[in-house]
Write a protein that binds this ligand. Structure first.
Ligand code: GLA
Length: 382
């Protein structure tokens, strides 16, 4: 990949560029909690978005995508969105950096990725992150990784239309080898948690289902949570987000919320508690207890938050009863994408075969297994 992208840069633009990479992410537990200012537990993975880039001394940004085999050019001061959807991640990231007062110059760049698209492992956050880290470096913008994460998140809000939380961009920029990160999405404090369980592996099973309503449903879930907060705040003015709501308070005022809003809020409050239990279990090396929280997370995502789909539920059901499995759940925003499975290393290949066969018999589709390692965060590649 690295050689191909360097070579492609030479073919389209004279000379060599500098190579940057930003990874996708997994999230062990803590789903739909980030925009509710709760906790998440992601890690960067060994699959990345790559960008070879060089300033060109003009006002023009020339961007070539290997995946789309297409070139897009726009002026650095352009305000109209480029037509090609993929290029809006770069365009939007530049606009967000400019909104922070940063001076970005023109450049030539080639982008490529080995992150499966639509699998829910944050290829889009990796795209804005690689753009952010490269421009920060080349134009000496002096932004911190957290500032870049926020810019990437705002790019999604303003230029893609998804009101996402900060987990994906944070994870892509801050990741470390064999380490998960517990991020408090309210204070933005985070803690590195070593994660290299002996004899265990993380395996993603991609349903290859991409729900066309995923982003509108995502925004609706966020609105349901906000409606719950607004309602509870009438009683408790100090409540600013679901992070400030306890199960007791929620139960006490259940009848004041619509059943849907109650379910959404209850999932989020419980998910934060499951995450904290999972972190304690990890500290004690109790992977079975950690896995039990993952099972609970799936149940809530499917029944209360309603962001699963038949394919994800089916795979999770198989996993939960499989020998050697410790924990499994759907991962990411939902409505498709993949499950994350924590299982014994020596059970991985048989499990893949078993799931692949029964999945294709049931759904007439191919299952895509993705073996992942927790890798490092975004940066330059020399
Ligand atoms: C997507 C969003 C994240 C987060 C997850 C769900 O990946 O980009 O901010 O909300 O869904 O946990």
């Amino acid at each position: 990949m690295i050689e191909i992208i360097r070579q492609c840069f030479r073919e389209h633009f004279a000379g060599d560029g500098i190579l940057y990479a930003a990874p996708g992410r997994v999230n062990l537990i803590g789903e739909h909690t980030d925009y509710n200012l709760g906790f998440v537990l992601p890690g960067a993975i060994d699959k990345s978005f790559y960008m070879v880039i060089a300033p060109n001394g003009t006002q023009l940004c020339n961007l070539f995508s290997i995946h789309f085999d297409a070139m897009v050019s726009f002026s650095i001061d352009e305000t109209a969105l480029p037509e090609a959807l993929w290029s809006r991640y770069v365009f939007g990231e530049i606009k967000e950096l400019q909104a922070l007062g940063c001076k970005v110059g023109g450049f030539n760049a080639v982008v490529a990725s080995d992150i499966p698209i639509g699998a829910g492992i944050s290829s889009s956050a990796a795209f804005t992150s690689v753009t952010g880290i490269a421009l920060n470096d080349l134009f000496d913008l002096k932004l911190s990784k957290m500032e870049l994460a926020k810019a990437g998140q705002m790019c999604e809000h303003h230029y893609v239309g998804v009101r996402c939380g900060i987990m994906d961009q944070f994870a892509s920029l801050h990741g470390r080898e064999a380490t998960l990160m517990r991020l408090d999405c309210r204070s933005l404090d985070y803690e590195y948690i070593p994660f290299a369980p002996d004899g265990l592996s993380l395996l993603l099973l991609d349903t290859q289902v991409k729900h066309s309503l995923a982003s509108s449903e995502y925004n609706l879930r966020r609105a349901d949570c906000e409606a719950g907060v607004a309602q509870l705040r009438q009683r408790y003015p100090s409540i600013e987000s679901l992070r400030d709501v306890s199960l007791e308070v929620l139960e006490a005022h259940r009848s004041e919320l619509s059943p849907v809003v109650y379910n959404r809020c209850s999932f989020v409050v419980e998910e934060n508690e499951r995450l904290l239990r999972a972190c304690r279990a990890l500290e004690e090396g109790d992977y079975a207890l950690c896995g039990a929280q993952m099972y609970g997370s799936h149940e809530g995502l499917s029944k209360k938050y309603e962001v699963s789909c038949p394919e994800l539920d089916y795979l999770q059901g198989i996993a939960q009863n499989y020998p050697g499995m410790l924990g499994a759940r759907m991962m990411g925003g939902g409505f498709g994408g993949c499950t994350i499975n924590l299982l014994q290393e020596d059970a991985v290949d048989e499990f893949i075969e078993f799931c692949g066969n029964s999945f294709s018999k049931k759904f007439w589709k191919e299952l895509r297994p993705i073996k992942v390692r927790i890798g490092k965060g975004a940066g330059i590649i020399v």
